[in-house]
Design a protein around this ligand. Structure first.
Ligand SMILES: Nc1ncnc2c1ncn2[C@@H]1O[C@H](COP(=O)(O)OP(=O)(O)OP(=O)(O)O)[C@@H](O)[C@H]1O
Ligand SMILES: [Mg+2]
Length: 264
């Protein structure tokens, strides 16, 4: 279960403060830079951006150092990802926490980052293993770093081959508990749950990438929950002797019974 290293230059630890977000300034627009500065200087959510951990189509994730020397993760949503607009709308419409849909693309992305922040807060409060959300401003989200010394923890998809059957069974139980806490406690459906959005850190399963999670009253909640359960069953049934019912448990019952407005 070795952590993974991506573009991390230890010498960067020696750069001057004014150089700290130089890379980010080159990559992102003025609005994004404003939020990065704001989170650094006013909110003091981090001190130094160190290196990119992941560069996806819709977001970049950076390893950063906090003012007390702690590691934090900074997720920056790209405001230039135009296709993103259509796909995220359906996860916002129907969510009573966000009754109106902003018309400007930038504001929509800001709402998306805020939605991820709120989802993390609600999930964590219900006992789901997710990184602790620290701050959000515009399209920039700061959260607990899963990993050590700039080396991110591996995803389940990357590390399952190195696990014993007993360890896989523990991870499976962790995921099951988190799923139950998410649906029956937080009143949320993840919507993109799979081995690619679960990180293995300190022998536990951590759920990440929760921006698209919707409340149970969302019109697509049942469809998304079934998809999440199917994905997890497909993955874990290759490794363990389990039945789909074992994973589904009484999640659908929680979905049906959840009173409107709960989990907000
Ligand atoms: N809190 C964290 N600590 C350490 N690494 C993280 C953290 N959150 C995310 N990552 C890393 O960044 C990657 C991308 O994060 P995330 O899945 O949230 O974003 P995404 O834009 O949806 O990316 P993708 O499309 O690759 O799933 C993750 O696969 C993981 O490797
Ligand atoms: Mg992801």
């Amino acid at each position: 279960m070795s952590p993974h290293r991506f573009n991390i230059d230890r010498e960067k630890g020696k750069v001057k403060d004014e150089d700290v977000i130089k890379t980010v300034e080159e990559v992102f627009d003025a609005f994004t830079n404003y939020h990065v500065y704001r989170l650094r200087n006013s909110v003091r959510a981090f001190k130094q951006l160190r290196g990119a951990i992941s560069a996806g189509k819709e977001a970049r994730v950076y390893w950063a150092k906090g003012w007390d020397g702690e590691d934090v993760a900074v997720k920056i949503y790209l405001t230039s990802a135009a296709e993103f607009r259509k796909s995220i709308k359906e996860y916002i419409l129907g969510d009573p926490r966000f009754p109106s849909l902003p018309s400007k693309f930038r504001s929509l992305i800001y709402l998306w980052a805020k939605k991820e922040f709120k989802n993390l807060q609600q999930m964590r409060a219900a006992g789901v293993m997710v990184p602790e959300p620290k701050a959000v401003s515009g399209n920039v989200l700061v959260m607990e770093f899963l990993g050590e010394g700039g080396l991110r923890a591996p995803l389940l998809s990357e590390s399952y081959r190195e696990l014993t059957e007993e360890e896989v069974a523990m991870i499976y139980n962790d995921v099951k508990k988190s799923l139950e806490a998410m649906v029956c406690g937080a009143g949320l459906v993840h919507g993109d749950l799979s081995e690619f959005n679960i990180m293995i850190w300190k022998g536990r399963a951590w759920i990440i990438d929760v921006a698209q999670a919707v409340p149970l009253e969302h019109p697509k909640a049942a469809e998304l929950l079934n998809r999440d359960v199917d994905n997890l069953y497909r993955f874990f049934s290759q490794l363990l002797d389990i039945s789909p019912e074992d994973l589904r448990g009484h999640l659908l019952q929680c979905l049906e019974e959840k009173p409107r407005g709960a989990g907000q």
